[in-house]
Write a protein that binds this ligand. Structure first.
Ligand code: ADE
Length: 451
């Protein structure tokens, strides 16, 4: 069994067998009190990934299941060039594994440790950082733990922020402030957090960005002391001195970022309009987040105490969109569509899947699904050109997602997944009530229970 799958995770020796038959686990990249990060290689694609292994029992015992589910669903939707992508979430009996994009260039601060950056280079990284932070804040996601270990570089020396959306996990499972200090330096923590006043996640992130910018430019911390109490006092006083090579504009921006009053501290919008920041700044244009649908379902499996060996929840990273915004099926999708390629073992028994081919237009398929579902008293919670999610039934325990994928110009694959918490009734609403209403859309059926 791969070392990574052991509960205590004491061993850091590379896995002998690929994890979940997919990832060859290699060297330990880093670790904290609750997680270890390993380098791994996808045996099928040879692509490098980072795998973060988290103890499931701790999350269940700490009553954090709902938080983690929410964080995963948010994290999976984040797509930004300066944010490490969450590619897949896997789980076995004891652990949850976050499969992350691998940042080949290592930690940004390993470079600063060698020598401080020029003002231009500091600005470049700060712009990338603010772009990532602003993107997340606009989606209601706050990091709350921005620090050197979370700032990585890719192969082109671009910044990649990691652990966005996961901070609630690491933060809340720390039982108290004492352990918090053992987990890392408080040098990047905003005064209002230290004062335990209750805080605004956005303002806390901006303070940390200020500390990061100071370090990039100076090569040392604005507030530092080996004695923790003295350090806390220095942070809360907010008094710092910039090195002599700092330009007046940068000094001004730093004083706005490291304002101890969160109410008057600069906002992301103001940073973007700051004269020092603006130089050479190119705003990132984003693709519309896609595959949001899958983010909300299936997650229960990660936390169950069932004996099922593994679950997987992969987004379809790397797939392309057709002209009508439908995912175009690639060779992998087509193979997995064939009978005999049964993936149902990955999920709980409560889940049922069915696929069929349709010659109808995607809009017509979606509209028909919506009409039939609503006719049965179900509620549509997500509706896109290529997917729909409905919930309903007794206690809202029935969930159905319908996803469309373009196979050819004439053919669309309709993938239906249903889940019902009442054991043994997973496909009753689908089979008895919804499916009959869609019969005129069905051109050819695929294997039942196949997905
Ligand atoms: N260390 C922690 N996360 C990492 C990642 N995604 N890539 C490279 N090193 C890491």
């Amino acid at each position: 069994m791969p070392a990574l799958e052991h509960a205590g995770d004491e061993s850091t020796t590379p896995a002998e067998k690929p994890l979940f038959g997919k990832y060859e686990v290699g060297r330990l990249l880093g670790y904290g009190a609750f997680a270890k990060v390993y380098h791994a290689r996808d045996v099928h694609t040879e692509r490098s990934v980072a795998i973060k292994a988290i103890n499931k029992q701790r999350i269940i015992k700490g009553g954090l299941t709902a938080n983690v589910k929410r964080e995963i669903s948010i994290m999976r939707r984040l797509r930004h060039p300066n944010i490490v992508r969450l590619l897949e979430v896997l789980a076995n009996k004891k652990k949850i594994f976050f499969v992350l994009e691998f940042a080949k260039g290592g930690e940004l601060f390993a470079k600063v440790a060698k020598s401080r950056f020029s003002e231009d280079l500091s600005r470049r990284y700060f712009q990338q950082l603010i772009s990532a932070v602003g993107y997340c804040h606009s989606r209601g996601v706050f990091h709350r733990d921005l620090k050197p270990e979370n700032l990585l570089l890719d192969e082109n020396w671009n910044l990649k922020v990691t652990d966005f959306g996961l901070s609630a996990l690491t933060e809340q499972i720390r039982p108290d402030g004492l352990l918090h200090t053992l987990c890392g330096t408080p040098s990047y923590v905003a005064p209002e957090v230290l004062l335990k006043k209750g805080y605004d996640g956005a303002k806390v992130d901006i303070w940390s960005c200020g500390i990061i910018l100071f370090v990039l430019n100076a090569g040392y911390l604005p507030f530092n002391d080996p004695n923790l109490m003295v350090l806390y006092k220095k942070i809360c006083s907010g008094e710092f001195r910039v090195p002599r090579w700092t330009s007046p504009d940068l000094k001004k921006l730093l004083s706005r970022l490291l304002d101890t009053n969160p109410q008057t501290r600069i906002t992301v919008e103001e940073i973007i309009n700051d004269p020092w920041f603006k130089i050479g700044y190119k705003e990132v244009k984003f693709h519309h987040d896609y595959l949001e649908l899958k983010a909300d379902d299936e997650d229960d499996d990660y936390y169950s105490n069932s004996d099922s060996d593994s679950v997987s929840d992969s987004g379809s990273a790397g797939t392309v969109s057709g002209g009508d915004n439908l995912k175009v099926m690639n060779a992998f999708d087509i193979i997995s569509f064939s009978a005999g390629y049964k993936l149902s073992g990955l999920f709980d028994d409560g889940e049922y899947g069915e696929r069929f081919l349709s010659t109808a237009a995607p809009e017509k398929i979606i509209e028909t699904v919506v009409a039939v579902a609503e006719g049965e008293g179900l509620t549509v919670v997500i509706k896109r050109e290529w997917c729909v999610k409905v919930v309903g039934g007794y206690n809202c325990n029935f969930v159905m997602t319908v996803e469309l994928k373009r196979l050819t110009e004439q053919l669309v694959v309709v993938e239906v997944r249903t889940k019902e918490s009442e054991v043994g009734s997973s496909n009753r609403i689908w089979k008895d009530k919804i499916r009959p209403g869609l019969s005129n859309l069905i051109y050819k059926t695929g294997p039942a229970g196949c997905c």
